[in-house]
Ligand binder design. Structure first.
Ligand code: SAM
Ligand code: SF4
Length: 331
């Protein structure tokens, strides 16, 4: 088994997030403009066999966890085939997906059979009208059916990602927290980040994790610390006695850069050392990949990416970062 890569800040980098498409069937207000984004051409996007080759190389460098994301990964045809290929790569011990869940009911069983371990489902509200307002195109029932299907097929633990916006869904945080008791949900509240459409949401509607936690504790009493397996930056808590957990992802108020273990790959084959990497600092894999580069050359580009990881995002020191949209890098 390959030894994990350690970066210049002494962090072990063993987790790769792969965006398989920029396209999405929703238009969440903090993520995409209403009209969507210009789609990349078929040729721009890495083919599945190209992704699989790159993951094999990354596994050789100590990558253990792979998360498939997007855009909405399930809008890309034939995704189960990619899951099966990635699941078979020696060294990849945790294969997961982040999805809006609306197409998951149709695919959960085949994804689980192909070797997907677990899913994170983005769900910002439990109210149908509000779901339509936030996602602009989606139906709450489809997302809930996706969550049920994932649970039935064993894609667990399922984590429910809730981006909290003041005046949008902030009054629902206690309702979500109650689901950790009644249904065993693992809910993670995310602070909105000033990326793309999120820039406006972050300035006008931002809510801190501390405020969300206080609102929950005011209703349900003090939370107790707990753990939940995964690769992520969330800190986990539970309502005493609950089966499910409550996590807080606080990129703005309490960033987790010191413990960051990940690099990212975009659908068009760029490596990003950090979510907030500006376009001119992305590392191009696609050009060498398609010009016949050997595995050692591609491995050196992964190493270069890990070496370029900044110590932190320093968002508090800049206005709005000039990086990709979330829908293009996968969150
Ligand atoms: N379409 C899939 C989904 O929604 O789960 C995967 C891609 S989406 C970009 C990944 C995650 O990023 C989602 O949980 C979404 O809520 C989150 N996200 C998007 N824009 C955000 C923003 N501006 N601030 C915080 N989280 C954001
Ligand atoms: Fe699509 Fe996910 Fe962005 Fe919503 S958050 S628009 S579901 S990519």
């Amino acid at each position: 088994m390959a030894t994990p890569c350690i970066d210049t800040n002494n962090r072990t980098i063993d987790y790769l997030r792969i965006s398989v498409t920029d396209r999405c069937n929703l238009r969440c207000v903090y993520c995409m403009p209403a009209e969507g984004v210009p789609p990349k051409t078929h040729d721009d996007v890495l083919r599945y066999e190209e992704i699989a080759r790159l993951v094999r190389i990354a596994a050789g460098l100590g990558i253990r966890g792979v998360r498939i994301t997007g855009g909405e990964p399930l809008v890309r045809r034939g995704l189960t085939g990619l899951v099966a290929e990635l699941a078979a790569i020696p060294g990849i011990s945790d294969l997961s997906m982040t999805t809006n869940g609306t197409l998951l009911a149709q695919h959960a069983a085949e994804l689980a059979r192909a070797g997907l371990r677990r899913v994170n489902v983005s769900l910002d509200t439990l109210d149908s009208d509000r779901y339509r307002a936030i996602t602009r195109l989606g139906r709450l029932d489809d997302a809930l059916a996706g969550i049920r299907a994932a649970a039935e097929t064993g894609l667990r633990p399922i984590k429910i990602n809730v981006v909290v916006m003041r005046g949008g869904n902030d009054h629902e945080v206690v309702r979500f927290a109650r689901r950790t008791v009644s249904d065993g949900w693992n809910v993670r509240f995310i602070e909105v980040m000033p990326i793309g459409e999120g820039a406006r949401a972050a300035s006008a509607h931002w809510v801190s994790s501390a405020e969300i936690r206080a609102a929950i504790e005011a209703e349900l009493g003090p939370l107790e610390p707990t753990v939940l397996p995964g690769n992520g930056p969330a800190r986990y808590w539970r309502v005493p006695g609950a089966r499910g957990t409550i996590g807080f992802i606080s990129p703005m108020s309490q960033h987790f850069c010191h413990a960051c273990n990940r690099i990212r790959m975009s659908a068009d084959g760029k490596l990003l050392p950090c979510l907030f990497t500006p376009p001119d600092a992305e590392i191009d894999l696609r050009t060498p990949l398609r010009s016949g580069a050997d595995d050692a050359t591609l491995a050196s580009l992964f190493r270069q990416t890990i070496a370029a990881k900044p110590d932190g995002h320093h968002l508090d020191e800049r206005a709005v970062p000039t990086c990709r949209r979330m829908s293009s890098v996968g969150g």
